[in-house]
Design a protein around this ligand. Structure first.
Ligand code: FMN
Length: 350
């Protein structure tokens, strides 16, 4: 199963391992450099079915830090394209990019808000900072919300032109889209706040706008937080309802993470701790899902798939430790998988 292919639109992944998006905080002006080339290139050499490039700001203020990746201009897209071309030419991996806006969680460094001079005025659905000591974010007007939708659309267009196979919209971890979804961070009284339908509207507008730029060769994923672990907050039932609607809006996979919107929320973390959220979304909304969070072993990943709890396995920290996770797993399971032809003399079975 782990080494069986799966198709999203016309994008076929060779196996179910996904390099989960991970900010590397190593860009200047949002532009990828040699580090990123090697970083993503080596995970492709490691046989990963799909790489998802880190959260990339759809505008400068959409970044978490001054050193986050961006995809709001042509220079950024041109450097990303080099990575995409390397991956396509030298491996069996597909490559996607996560497009993101940090909203009220932007303008930080090492998880602390930085000054207005060094950073920027953050934006949000409502005048509620993430932490009480932080500056109150600017409340987006309806016109500004439409501009943000357009920013996501433009980013998707650049991603398609750069050759990416997947676009993932970052709707999780307390960033701008999640801030709209949650009744705890969105107390608007206009058409973007209040009821569940109104709070999901921003995301749906983004999904529709992004889909206008995609085609049958570029699939659309959305990452959500399955729950935010807070009373009266966004929860797993909301996620299931949202996933049903996302499916109707031609989203190909829901990547189910959790948390990030409520400072100090109590989260119990253990192996595979977010798998039940993926399972609930997959089985109750009947959509394809990705599971993520402390999935580090081949056997564990295989079991999640066999139990019908997810369709893809997203791995973050373990693939930093071991870029060859997917190749190694194929040896363990005696499965055929990509192995760089230059390295064939090291193939365990030969
Ligand atoms: C260094 C680092 C950067 C991350 N950056 C992102 C990101 O850009 N977008 C995102 O959705 N999640 C991000 N995450 C979360 C991971 O994608 C993943 O969901 C989380 O680490 C749990 O998976 P793991 O237990 O395999 O590490 C990041 C995690 C790490 C460790």
């Amino acid at each position: 199963m782990l080494y069986s292919p799966i198709k999203f639109r016309n994008v076929e992944l060779k196996n179910r391992w996904v390099m989960s998006p991970m900010c590397m905080y190593s860009c200047e002006n949002g532009v990828a450099n040699d580090f990123h080339f090697v970083h993503y290139g080596s995970r492709a050499q490691g046989g990963t079915g799909l790489l998802v490039v880190e959260a990339s700001g759809v505008e400068s203020k959409g970044r978490i830090t001054n050193h986050c990746m961006g995809i709001w201009n042509d220079e950024q897209a041109a450097e990303l394209q080099k990575i995409v071309e390397f991956v396509h030419k030298n491996s069996d991996s597909k490559i996607g990019i996560q497009i993101a806006h940090a909203g009220r969680k932007g303008s930080t460094w090492e998880n602390k808000q930085i000054s207005l001079q060094e950073g920027w005025e953050t934006v949000a659905p409502s005048a509620i900072p993430y932490h009480p000591t932080e500056r109150i974010p600017h409340v987006l007007t309806v016109d500004e919300i439409k501009e943000q939708v357009q920013n996501f659309k433009n980013a998707a267009k650049r991603a398609v032109n750069a050759g990416f196979d997947v676009v993932e919209i970052h709707g999780a971890h307390g960033y701008l889209i999640h801030q709209f979804l949650s009744p705890l961070s969105n107390v608007r009284t206009d058409e973007y706040g209040g009821s569940f339908e109104k709070r999901i509207r921003f995301l749906l507008e983004i999904v529709d706008a992004v889909n206008e730029e995609l085609n049958e060769y570029v699939a659309l994923f959305v990452r959500i937080s399955g729950t935010e672990y807070a009373e009266n907050g966004w929860d797993i039932d909301d996620s299931v309802e949202l996933a049903k609607i996302l499916k109707d809006h031609n989203v190909d996979l829901v990547d189910v993470s959790s948390g990030g919107n409520i400072h100090g929320a109590k989260i119990s973390v253990f192996d595979g701790y977010q798998v039940p959220f993926s399972s609930a979304v997959k089985n109750q909304a009947n959509v394809k899902t990705g599971a993520v969070g402390l999935i580090t072993k081949t056997e564990q990943a295989e079991e999640i798939l066999q139990n019908n709890e997810a369709d893809l396995i997203f791995v973050a920290r373990e693939i930093l430790r071991n870029p060859y996770l997917a190749v190694q797993g194929s040896f363990e399971m005696n499965e055929e998988s990509f192995f760089p032809h230059q390295y064939l003399r090291a193939k365990i079975s030969s």
